[in-house]
Design a protein around this ligand. Sequence first.
Ligand SMILES: *Cc1c(COP(=O)(O)O)cnc(C)c1O
Length: 365
Amino acid sequence: MREFQLPARLLLGPGPSNVSQEVLRALASPMIGHLDPAFLEVLDEVQQALRQVFGTTNAVTLPISGTGSAGMEACLVNLLEPGDRAVVAVQGVFGERMSAIIERCGARPVRVEAEMGEIVPPERLIRAIEASDPQVVALVHAETSTGVAQPIPEIAHAARERGALVVLDCVTSLSGMDVCIDDWAVDAAYSGTQKCISCPPGLSPVTFGPRALERLERRRQPVQSWYLDLTLIGRYFGGDRVYHHTAPISMILALHAALRRILEEGLEARFARHRAAHEALVEGLEGLGFEMLVPEPHRLPMLNAVRPPVDDEAALRRRLLAEHGIEIGGGLGKLAGSIWRIGLMGENATGAVVARLLDALRDSL
Ligand SMILES: *Cc1c(COP(=O)(O)O)cnc(C)c1O
């Protein structure tokens, strides 16, 4: 077999994003045992850094072995039991995925829906919480299928007042815009490494607060998933360091490097960088005849949903990839064929990247 030579790509889709040389170097580290004292130090530092990035003091903050969807499943499968009710905001593909997992847990999703490209209005969610008295409220902060930023704190506080646990999807938002798990009254949250964290896909940082842990302890029946059972996983990541499954060592080393870069930059500076890149992109795209899908106040900085000014959007994306090495995401679901999803995530949220994309577009249009 030949050694594979990959082409260089600028990854401006919905993830993965490009990763730094530091992260690549960490991935090339020699193998070490997952119970080795040196590796356990790395793990401690990763968990501490994740707490900072999530804005939480939650002891149970750890990377789940698996992508963002594994974190989604871990949060829901640990907190829901058959017969429970979960209010879920569905305004795109990822709210839909939460709803599907809620059903597979044997719980009843109480869906509060919005058109793709719109937020789910907080008043409607709060009314649904009051009417159905759910065990869980499930929300997507940054809906990557539409580029919408869902408002969270008001809904989360209302849910907590009613005794419901709030599960928040921060896969695309974490480390690209403000996420405050403790201040917002979020009880469990998950993310993914390949979006604004700029690490390869393969880990899902999750955090569980005290109310979520209490719910877990009081379950009437064991968590259906052995692999994602936090009571078992927590014994490796918590004090005892008991073997549950072999930790993905190289990925955790890579996450350590990615988190080091994030904390060195500073979260506020990183958010400002994402916002500035987004603003430059919107200005440039509008000049080229693109239209933004989402009204201004609800736009995500790291995921830009736009209508391209061409009939065959797929052909233009293929040209960008073939001639300029630039990957752009197409639309999902109902928006397939009509929008592009342009990611400016993590390492890629810079003026230079925006300028390179706009040049390529001017050349290709
Ligand atoms: C990407 C994404 C996921 C799923 O993550 P995978 O790593 O693809 O499993 C979940 N939620 C949101 C909002 C996402 O953007």
